[in-house]
Design a protein around this ligand. Structure first.
Ligand SMILES: Cc1cc2nc3c(=O)[nH]c(=O)nc-3n(C[C@H](O)[C@H](O)[C@H](O)COP(=O)(O)OP(=O)(O)OC[C@H]3O[C@@H](n4cnc5c(N)ncnc54)[C@H](O)[C@@H]3O)c2cc1C
Length: 458
């Protein structure tokens, strides 16, 4: 008699195994509710690397797909399950294993929540910069697997810039270490770099060594209201030319301001077509100089109102419109989040095209943007259950991808390909590069068990 995958998983010592639909349905999908998903056959919540390895070996034996999961905050369907899959949730591997103050390094487990990690570093006066807006929930493993960006990457870079070394369970159920702890090192292919951003398709990350920075001073927040997206775009160009390095440079457009007003009655949309929010975390006099320069750039570009915070409380208040924008849009309906990234010089033009696309498809479209990186998040909102509106939003989504490519940009700046952008990836990559992607997948996941059907071009 042949054994089932569940029977084999049951033999793994002390493994936390969920099989009732009541518990497994909570692991069926991430935050990309538009992508296909199903309730998995089982969910495992390993506590050790050895358990992860044994689960992968079991899945190879039974030809069972493995869907690795952090916190499920992904926005591209990367953690969405299929009915025949085992979900490997890393939520119980959530410890800081080591803080090496001398070398400014930390070694952590993948299920550690980003904000919890940052909080644990404060007592050492150390800082882990990558700060996706999902940092209160998303995990370091998920951040590594998506190469997450965030607010401060305009100055400090993205997750991959901080990853020194990874422990990974491979597609042959072996445990390997990729990369190294040293500041430099070029021995062999950069397999660490390959694993970063691989969206659970090449292996399961079970430990992460990251580099750290000293804790920066409290930032000063600077805001500018603009009558047009073009003026806001000009301000960003002026900031770029000035040589100032803001630690955050975000845009919130009128559609999002209206949503925030409808929720919190802040009177923002009546005053601006777009708000730019910048921050300086430079210390002392150089910080004051940076703030003055940011204000000058805003004013020279035609800002109708500018302000700079004088204390931490004011700083948070000025930042509120950005923080509230996404949840405010979610209150209006089902949100399909785009994530294109275009050259900075094309941002104002592309923002204008996005509005036209929303109008043409009769879909509510509003944009938040990591403006300083040219990373735009048009949010397409449809009433729950309105299938016709859903189809119109999907058509708008596809057109936005085309606009990004024609502007010399990319289909995803930070959220990844998952299920939602495979077609877009196929359009972005040349046939030869697409073949290289499939070759890497076949080499590192020879049994084809890791997140099949995801993150590769079609
Ligand atoms: C409100 C909100 C704001 C957001 N803001 C940002 C932002 O500013 N910047 C940004 O980049 N993203 C943002 N995101 C998207 C999302 O939070 C990130 O993609 C995040 O990195 C996902 O982490 P997670 O732990 O939730 O991973 P999950 O969603 O669980 O998984 C994401 C992908 O990684 C894989 N994976 C997870 N853990 C591992 C592991 N240990 N080993 C191998 N593969 C693994 C999964 O299979 C999946 O493909 C936002 C999402 C929300 C809901």
């Amino acid at each position: 008699m042949t054994t089932t995958i569940i029977e084999t998983l049951e033999t793994i010592d002390d493994l936390d195994l969920l099989i009732s639909a009541d518990s497994t349905s909570a692991y069926a999908h991430d935050r990309a509710v538009w992508a296909a998903y199903d309730v998995p056959v089982a969910v495992v919540r390993p506590r050790t690397t050895e358990q992860v390895r044994a689960v992968v070996a079991a899945c190879i034996e039974h030809h069972t797909p493995v869907v690795t999961r952090g916190a499920g905050t992904g926005l591209s369907g990367g953690a969405n399950a299929t009915a025949d899959a085992v979900v490997v949730s890393l939520e119980e591997m959530d410890q800081v294993l080591e803080v090496d103050v001398e070398h400014r390094l930390a070694r952590v487990q993948p299920g550690l929540v980003n904000d919890n990690f940052r909080a644990a570093l404060v007592e050492h006066d150390l800082w882990y910069p990558p700060d996706p807006a999902s940092s209160p929930w998303s995990t370091i493993g998920g951040n590594v697997a998506t190469n997450a960006g965030g607010m401060c990457c305009v100055k400090y870079g993205v997750t991959g810039d901080y990853v020194r070394e990874l422990e990974v369970v491979t597609g042959t159920a072996e445990v390997v270490r990729l990369g190294r702890r040293t500041a430099k090192g070029v021995a062999g292919y950069d397999l660490r770099g390959l694993m970063v951003g691989s969206e659970g398709t090449l292996g399961i990350v079970t430990e992460v060594v990251v580099k750290l920075r000293p804790l920066p001073p409290e930032p000063t927040t600077v805001i500018g209201n603009f009558d047009s997206l073009e003026d806001a775009g000009r301000a960003v160009a002026l900031i770029g030319a000035s040589g100032v390095a803001p630690s955050l440079l975000e845009l919130v457009d009128r559609g999002c301001l209206e949503a925030v007003d409808a929720w919190r009655n802040m009177g923002l949309a009546s005053e601006a077509d777009a708000v730019l929010i910048a921050r300086s975390d430079a210390p002392g006099a150089s910080g004051e100089q940076e703030v003055a320069e940011l204000l000058r750039c805003f004013e020279e570009a035609g800002a109708t109102y500018t302000a700079a915070s004088t204390d931490a409380q004011e700083s948070e208040a000025l930042y509120a419109a950005r923080q509230l924008a996404f949840p405010a849009m979610e209150r209006l309906g089902v949100v399909l989040t785009e994530d294109i990234c275009v050259p900075l010089s094309r941002v104002p033009d592309v923002l204008g095209q996005l509005r036209a696309i929303g109008d043409r498809h009769d879909v509510k479209l509003a944009t938040i943007a990591h403006e300083g990186d040219g990373n735009l998040h048009p949010l397409l909102v449809t009433p729950p259950g309105d299938e016709a509106a859903g189809l119109r939003a999907q058509a708008a989504f596809d057109e936005i991808i085309q606009v990004a490519l024609e502007a010399g940009g990319t289909v995803t700046g930070e959220h990844g390909i998952g299920l939602l952008k495979r077609d877009g990836l196929g359009r972005e990559l040349s046939p030869a590069v697409a073949r290289m992607h499939h070759a890497v997948k076949a080499a590192l996941d020879p049994h084809g068990i890791f997140n099949p059907g995801k993150a590769l071009p079609i």
